[in-house]
Design a protein around this ligand. Structure first.
Ligand code: SF4
Ligand code: SF4
Ligand code: SF4
Length: 412
């Protein structure tokens, strides 16, 4: 086992390899508050990549209803249970340390899925789901914890559910990769996308067992495992549609609720994101700290970040997104002028936005929320592609366009 630095845990940890870091890292932010579970993302992926025989139950992208839903069923509860059994009472965070970019959420004092494994018979603590558990990508859809007679209100709803959008996290320290005895899984240096070499895979399913997010899946007719490929032809700009420019993936660009923003973060030799507050991902994750990793305590350093739902009990959210939840919800509920502008970039462009600039506009509104006065400005956020060319320009205030009179009559 090598020692690697996991900044989401604020400490070094054991990992099978010492070269987990790419030069650029595929990453995304999902805003759970806006998702309507239309599953357009799910179908965009399915119709592009997993429509063939043997892939019937394979959903690289799925949106599940928490707390009861899961694909495969109960995946997170099972992994949390295994970890708790291996380290009873010890899966806790220390928040007394200085919160820096090397430890933005504090230090995790518990054990990761690599550290609870013996490193001989198993590289990673995990389990292999049953066939039954893979059957439904959104089982228990829209099931709330209860239906309160007296209605609900913030900060915590009495009865609740929310949608969790899930793809492979293209982890910095992938559990699937660490577990593969054939070394068939690799992480690309140019964008951090994690792929399974179909020629090397022999279908041992060690990756399926190891991935704590259960995003590596077995295909019975080819006897190999498959997973989300991060739509790499789009991200690297080799798909003809991209015209050579890095483009967001299918599941991102199809998103109806405009909840997804994807891009690439530059990574330094120490494995940290290079400081760049003009990169929208860096801004959301490290400057505003409004977007958090999913189950960071598993230790894979996942690269999909979530703006947590505002109405869900905080203990549940802290178990899922770590101890940064209170801060993230506070930032989202009382957004800074800059954050309000950057949030407009979600689904504004298919081309990946590498940097942004905010052009200040006039004050358009003043409103009071929870006793706090908010001033709203019609600022314009401008997004730039990998070459520094402008690809999008969008204002905070949504414009109203009136259809000209001659087009308002139904003449058919
Ligand atoms: S989410 Fe799972 S399948 Fe994806 S890179 Fe991480 S460990 Fe591997
Ligand atoms: S990134 Fe591409 S391959 Fe991965 S879930 Fe989204 S659409 Fe599917
Ligand atoms: S397309 Fe967007 S809004 Fe619809 S389910 Fe997917 S993430 Fe949610």
């Amino acid at each position: 086992m090598a020692k690697v630095y996991n900044w989401q845990l604020g400490r070094e940890m054991d990992y099978r390899f010492d070269n987990g870091n790419a030069k650029w890292q595929f990453a995304a932010v999902f805003n759970t508050n806006r998702c309507i579970a239309c599953q357009t993302c799910t179908m965009a992926c399915k119709t592009t990549w997993t429509f063939s025989p043997g892939q019937e139950l394979m959903w690289w992208n799925n949106v599940e209803t928490k707390p009861y839903g899961g694909y495969p069923q109960n995946w997170d509860v099972k992994v949390l249970d295994l970890q708790e059994k291996a380290n009873p009472g010890g899966q806790v965070w220390d928040r007394s340390v200085p919160l820096t970019t090397r430890a933005p959420y504090g230090t995790f004092d518990g054990k990761t899925v690599f550290e609870t494994a013996d490193g001989l018979t198993k590289m990673v603590t995990g389990y292999t789901p049953t066939q039954e558990e893979w059957k439904a990508p959104n089982i228990h859809e829209d099931s709330a914890t209860k239906f309160p007679k007296d209605g609900v209100q913030l900060p915590v709803h009495d009865g609740w559910f929310f949608y969790l959008q899930r793809i492979c996290n293209h982890c910095t320290y992938p559990a699937c990769l660490a577990a593969c005895p054939r070394n068939a899984i690799y992480k690309r240096e140019e964008d951090g996308i994690v792929l399974i070499d179909q020629g090397r895979c022999r279908g041992y399913r060690k990756c399926v067992d190891a991935c704590p997010y259960k995003k590596s899946m077995y295909r019975p007719n080819t006897r190999t495992s498959e997973k989300c490929i991060g739509c790499f032809p789009r991200v690297e700009g080799s798909d003809p549609l991209t015209e050579g420019l890095p483009m967001e993936t299918r599941c991102m660009t199809a998103c109806i609720g405009k909840i997804r923003l994807q891009g690439l973060a530059k990574v330094d030799d120490a494995g940290l994101w290079v400081e760049d507050p003009t990169n929208p991902l860096y801004f959301l994750v490290h400057v505003e700290k409004v977007a958090l990793p999913l189950y960071p305590q598993f230790g894979t350093q996942p690269n999909v970040y979530y703006i947590p739902p505002r109405w869900v009990p905080r203990d549940y959210l802290k178990q899922m997104f770590g101890p940064g939840v209170d801060h993230a919800i506070e930032r989202y509920s009382n957004p800074s002028r800059e954050l309000l502008a950057v949030l407009q970039l979600f689904r504004a462009s298919q081309t990946i936005v590498f940097s942004f600039k905010i052009e200040k506009g006039p004050k358009i509104q003043e409103l009071s929320l929870n006793g706090v006065v908010h001033e709203i400005y019609d600022d314009v956020v401008v997004g730039y592609d990998s070459q520094g060319r402008e690809v999008v320009r969008v204002g905070v205030e949504e414009k109203v366009f009136e259809r000209p009179q001659q087009f308002t009559m139904n003449t058919i």
